[in-house]
Design a protein around this ligand. Structure first.
Ligand code: PLP
Length: 447
C-alpha cells in the first residue's frame, strides 16, 4: 500500500458533497468545519473519506488521537470492556477501572503523591471542575486567566477563554471577577519588550498592576494557564517563566491551575508539557488525548486540595468504564514508546521546519515542543505583520494535496500529528508544506 496521500477526486468529492449538504440541514452551524470532506475510516496516521481519498493526519482530531486512529491495543481494550459492561455511573457506583486510572494519573502527573482525580467527559468540563474546586477550597471569588487563552466553551470555562472574539461575542454576561493578564508571548511581546532584557516584565505587570490594583491577590482563588497556548497560536513561554509564576502564586497563596487539555498526554515529548518547566501545579486539567478518542477528561489535584465532600461536584458519564479502559491502554502505549517517539520525531520536524523557514519569508516564527508545533505566518519578517490569509491558504492547499492540518491563533498553523508517526510520514508532510507555502507566498506576493 502506498505510504503517501492519494487524492482521487476534486475536494469535496461527489459523495462528500451530498453528505455535507445533508449535514448542513440538521447539524448546528456553530461548528467550524475546516475540511470539506466526510470521514469513512481511519487507521494510524491515515484518514480515508467516503470518496476514497486518503489523507495524512497531522491534526489527530484536534490533538486527540495520539495513539493513532484505531490503535489495535486501544480497540482491543474498548471491545473487551464493552463485552463486560458499557456503563455504570462512577458518581454513584464503584468500578475497578476508575480507581486504577486515577492511580495511574496520580503516578504520571507532576506533584506530591498521591493525587486525586475528578473525571469528566471533555476539556471544558475538566476546566469547570478545576474552577469550582479552586473557588470551593479557597473561598475567594476571583480568577486570573491569560490573553489569548482557550479553556473551553461552557459558561465558566468561556469566561476564562479569550482567544477569538467569536467565542465570547453574544454570550455576555460571563462569570464575573475574571481578569486576563498578558501571556508570555515573546515573539510578539504584549509589552513590546525583549525577553533577553525584560526581566519577565509581564509577570511583574501581573503582580504590580493586576494583583495589586485590579484583582487584589487576597481575593484570587487561582491562576489558570496553558503551558503552551494552544488555540491561541501554539505559543511556548520562555524557560524562566513558569518557575517565577509558580513562586508568585505561592507567595500570594493562590492556586496554580495548569490546563493541559491540549498539551498533555505525551505530545510535547513528556507526559505533561509543564514538566519541561519543572513546575507542579496544585491542579492540572487534561482531556483530548487521554483516552485516544473516547470522550474522557480529568481534573487532577493535590490530595489536600481535592477533599470536597460528596455531592459538591459530580457527573453521570465522567470516568465511565469505556473511557477508563481506553485511557489505561493509551497510557501504556505512551509510556511504552510513544512519548519518546514524539520527542524524536518532533526534533526532526522542528529542525526541518527551521530549514524551510530560511527559504520561506512568510514563516515568521516556528515554535513548539515535541510534536506540538506551530508556524506563525507574516507578510514580512522585519515588520512581523500577521498574514492570516497565508495560514488559511496553506491549510487548504495542504488539504488538497492530502495533508490535513489545522490553523491556530489568528495567523498560524499547527502540526499535531498522532505520536505513532514515523520519519517517512514527517518527510511527506514537510514536502507538501514546502510546496504549498511556496505557492501561497506567490499568490500573496510575499518574498
Ligand atoms: N482547554 C484547552 C487548553 C483546550 O485546547 C481545549 C480545546 O481545544 C479545551 C480546554 C476545551 O476542550 P473541549 O473542546 O474538549 O471542551
Amino acid at each position: 500500500m502506498s505510504d503517501r496521500p492519494i487524492i482521487k477526486t476534486a475536494l469535496p468529492g461527489p459523495k462528500s458533497k451530498k453528505k455535507i449538504k445533508f449535514d448542513e440541514t440538521y447539524v448546528s452551524p456553530s461548528y467550524t468545519r475546516a475540511h470539506p470532506t466526510v470521514l469513512d475510516h481511519a487507521d494510524g496516521p491515515w484518514i480515508w473519506d467516503i470518496d476514497g481519498n486518503k489523507f495524512l493526519d497531522f491534526h489527530s482530531g484536534i490533538g486527540v488521537c495520539s495513539t493513532g486512529n484505531t490503535h489495535p491495543k486501544v480497540v482491543e481494550a474498548i471491545i473487551r470492556q464493552t463485552r463486560r459492561a458499557v456503563h455504570i455511573s462512577s458518581a454513584d457506583f464503584y468500578h475497578e477501572l476508575v480507581g486504577q486510572l486515577a492511580k495511574r494519573l496520580s503516578d504520571v502527573a507532576p506533584g506530591p503523591q498521591p493525587r486525586r482525580t475528578f473525571f469528566t467527559n471533555s476539556g471544558t468540563e475538566s476546566v469547570e471542575a478545576a474552577l469550582k474546586l479552586a473557588r470551593y477550597k479557597r473561598r475567594r471569588p476571583r480568577m486570573i486567566a491569560f490573553m489569548g487563552a482557550f479553556h473551553g466553551r461552557t459558561m465558566g470555562a468561556l469566561s476564562l477563554t479569550c482567544s477569538k472574539s467569536t467565542q465570547r461575542k453574544g454570550f455576555a454576561p460571563l462569570l464575573p471577577e475574571v481578569t486576563h493578564a498578558p501571556y508570555p508571548y515573546c515573539y510578539r511581546c504584549p509589552l513590546n519588550l525583549e525577553h533577553s532584557t525584560c526581566g519577565l516584565a509581564c509577570l511583574k505587570f501581573l503582580e504590580d498592576e493586576i494583583l495589586t490594583r485590579v484583582a487584589p491577590a487576597e481575593e484570587v482563588a487561582a491562576i489558570i494557564i496553558e503551558p503552551i497556548q494552544g488555540e491561541g497560536g501554539y505559543i511556548v513561554p520562555p524557560d524562566d517563566y513558569f518557575p517565577a509564576l509558580a513562586a508568585l502564586a505561592k507567595k500570594h497563596d493562590i492556586y496554580l491551575i495548569v490546563d493541559e487539555v491540549q498539551s498533555g498526554m505525551g505530545k510535547t515529548g513528556k507526559m505533561f508539557a509543564i514538566e519541561h518547566f519543572g513546575v507542579s501545579p496544585q491542579i492540572l486539567t487534561t482531556a483530548k488525548a487521554l483516552a485516544s478518542g473516547v470522550p474522557l477528561g480529568a481534573c487532577i489535584a493535590d490530595r489536600d486540595v481535592m477533599d470536597w465532600p460528596p455531592g459538591a461536584h459530580s457527573t453521570t458519564f465522567g470516568g465511565n468504564p469505556l473511557g477508563c479502559a481506553s485511557a489505561l491502554a493509551t497510557i501504556d502505549l505512551l509510556e511504552g514508546g510513544l512519548i519518546a517517539n514524539a520527542a524524536k520525531q518532533g526534533k526532526f520536524v522542528m529542525a526541518e521546519l527551521k530549514k524551510l523557514q530560511k527559504r520561506h519569508p512568510s514563516m515568521g516564527d516556528v515554535r513548539g515542543l515535541g510534536l506540538m508545533i506551530g508556524i506563525e505566518f507574516v507578510k514580512d519578517r522585519a515588520s512581523k505583520k500577521p498574514a492570516p490569509e497565508m495560514a488559511d491558504e496553506v491549510m487548504m492547499r495542504a488539504f488538497e494535496k492530502g495533508l490535513m492540518l489545522l490553523t491556530c491563533g489568528p495567523n498560524g498553523i499547527r502540526l499535531v500529528p498522532p505520536l505513532i508517526i514515523e520519519r517517512q510520514h514527517c518527510q511527506v508532510a514537510l514536502e507538501i508544506l514546502d510546496e504549498v507555502i511556496g505557492k501561497a507566498e506567490k499568490k500573496f506576493k510575499i518574498g
